[in-house]
Design a protein around this ligand. Structure first.
Ligand code: UD1
Length: 378
C-alpha cells in the first residue's frame, strides 16, 4: 500500500511528523514524503525537519514564493507527474496552506483518494486565503480527520457524509506533547537574556505576526506595533519575525519600535529575533506570561500548554481554544489589546483545559482508520 504525504509550509511539518512515525510502524505501508518548497528558508523549513526528526523528503518540488495563483498552479504542475508515476493508494494533506489545496486538487483529478488532516475548521471569513484552501480541500477529501467538535458540525452543514468525518484530535498537539521536555533544553531563553541569576525564566511575553491582513497595510501594522510596544513597557516581548513581516517593517521604516540594546530589552521593550526553530519556539511559549499572535496553530498550542493567548484577529476557525482553552480574541483594537494584556498580567484570564482528544494520540487514531480504509479498498 502506497501513501504519499505532501507538505510545504512551516505549520505542516509538526502535523505530518507524528503521522509518519505511526505509518513507519505498520508493515506493508510504503510512505513517500513530498515537499512543495512553498517554504524554503532554513529557519522556516530545514530546521523543522531536524527538530522533528522528519525524514528527508523523497521528492522536492522546489516551487518557492509567488502569487497565490502562480504558487498553486506551479505546485499542481510539478506534483501531477509525481502522482501519475507513483500511483499512491491515498494522498495525505495537512492544514490549510496553498500546498494543501494544490495537492488535493491535483490528486482529485487523478482519482487518487485524499485524506485531509485538520479538516472542518472554518473562520467564515473568505478574505483569508486559508479559508478558501480549507473549503476546497474538504470538498475534495474522502477521509476528513477533525480536531474539534466545531469541525464536525461545519462539515455536516456543508453536506459532507458523516461516514467520511472522523473526530480524532490534534496531531499538532501530539508533537507538542512529545517534544515538550526536549524543548526545555533548547537554550533559547538564555540566548535571549530571559533567565535570571538563579537560572529561572524572567517574566516575558511573545508576539508573532505574519497574516497579510495585519502586516501588509502600513496603518494596520503601525497600530499593532504601537499597542504591543505599550504592553512591552511593562513586560519584555520577544518577537520572532516572519520574513514577510520583516520585509514590511523594513519597507515601512518601523524598526524604531524595537528595543535597541540587550540590557534594556531584558527588562522591557519589543525584542526582535529571527524566526525560531520548533523546539526553541515551544520552549519560549511554554514559559511565557502572555502570547500575542495572529497564527492559527499558536492559538491551539497555548491552549494545550495553559498559557494565556490574545489573538489579533476578529475571528478564529478554532473556537475550542476560546470556549475551552486560554484564547481571547482582541481583534485590531489597540485599547483592547493593551487592556486585556494588563488583565492577563494580573492573573485575570481563562485558565482553560485541553479539548477532548488533544491527548497525544491523534496520529495513532488516524493511522488505524487509514489502514482500515486501505485494506477495505484492496
Ligand atoms: C504561509 C501560509 C499560512 C501559514 C504561514 C506560516 C498560505 C496561503 N499561507 O503563509 O497559512 O500560516 O505560511 O508561516 O499558504 N518567504 C521567505 N522564505 C520562505 C518562504 C516565504 O522569505 O521560505 C517570504 C516570501 O517573500 C513570500 C512570503 O514570505 O512571498 C510569504 O510566503 P508564503 O508561503 O506565500 O506565505 P506565508 O505568509 O508564509
Amino acid at each position: 500500500m502506497k501513501v504519499i504525504s505532501v507538505v510545504g509550509a512551516r505549520p505542516n511539518f509538526m502535523k505530518i511528523a507524528p503521522l509518519i512515525e505511526e505509518m513507519r510502524q505498520v508493515s506493508g505501508i510504503e510512505h513517500l514524503l513530498v515537499h512543495s518548497g512553498q517554504h524554503y528558508d532554513e529557519q522556516l523549513s530545514a530546521s523543522f525537519f531536524s527538530d522533528l526528526g522528519l525524514p528527508k523528503p523523497d521528492i522536492q518540488l522546489q516551487v518557492g514564493s509567488g502569487t497565490h495563483a502562480w504558487q498553486t498552479a506551479e505546485i499542481m504542475k510539478r506534483l501531477e507527474p509525481v502522482l501519475i508515476e507513483t500511483k499512491p493508494d491515498v494522498l495525505i494533506v495537512v492544514g490549510d496552506v496553498n500546498s494543501t489545496m494544490a495537492a488535493a486538487i491535483t490528486a482529485a483529478k487523478l482519482l487518487i483518494p485524499i485524506a485531509h488532516v485538520e479538516a472542518g475548521l472554518r473562520s467564515f471569513d473568505s478574505t483569508m486565503p486559508e479559508e478558501i484552501n480549507r473549503k476546497l480541500t474538504d470538498a475534495l477529501a474522502d477521509l476528513l480527520f477533525v480536531t474539534e467538535e466545531s469541525g464536525v458540525r461545519n462539515l455536516r452543514n456543508e453536506g459532507i457524509p458523516s461516514e467520511r468525518i472522523f473526530l480524532v484530535g490534534n496531531v499538532m498537539i501530539d508533537s507538542l506533547l512529545r517534544y515538550r521536555s526536549l524543548a526545555e533544553r533548547s537554550g533559547i531563553l538564555k540566548e535571549l537574556g530571559l533567565v535570571d541569576d538563579g537560572g529561572h525564566p524572567r517574566p516575558y511575553g511573545v508576539l508573532t505576526l505574519h497574516r497579510p491582513s495585519n502586516v501588509d497595510d502600513p496603518r494596520v501594522l503601525r497600530v499593532i506595533l504601537e499597542a504591543v510596544a505599550t504592553v512591552a513597557l511593562e513586560l519584555p516581548i520577544v518577537f520572532p519575525v516572519h520574513p514577510r513581516t520583516q520585509e514590511r517593517i523594513d519597507r515601512f521604516g518601523y524598526g524604531h519600535y524595537f528595543a535597541t540594546n540587550r540590557r534594556e530589552s531584558a527588562e522591557s521593550g519589543l525584542i526582535p529575533t529571527k524566526p525560531l526553530g520548533y523546539l526553541e519556539f515551544l520552549c519560549l511559549t511554554d514559559h511565557a506570561r502572555l502570547v500575542l499572535t495572529d497564527s492559527g496553530g499558536i492559538q491551539e498550542e497555548t491552549t494545550a500548554l495553559g498559557i494565556p493567548c490574545l489573538t489579533l484577529r476578529e475571528n478564529t476557525e478554532r473556537p475550542a481554544t476560546i470556549q475551552q482553552g486560554t484564547n481571547q480574541l482582541v481583534g485590531l483594537d489597540p485599547d483592547k489589546l493593551v487592556r486585556t494584556s494588563r488583565s492577563v498580567l494580573k492573573g485575570d484570564y481563562p485558565k482553560g483545559r485541553r479539548p477532548p482528544l488533544w491527548d497525544g494520540h491523534a496520529a495513532q487514531r488516524i493511522a488505524k482508520i487509514l489502514l482500515q480504509y486501505l485494506r477495505a479498498k484492496e
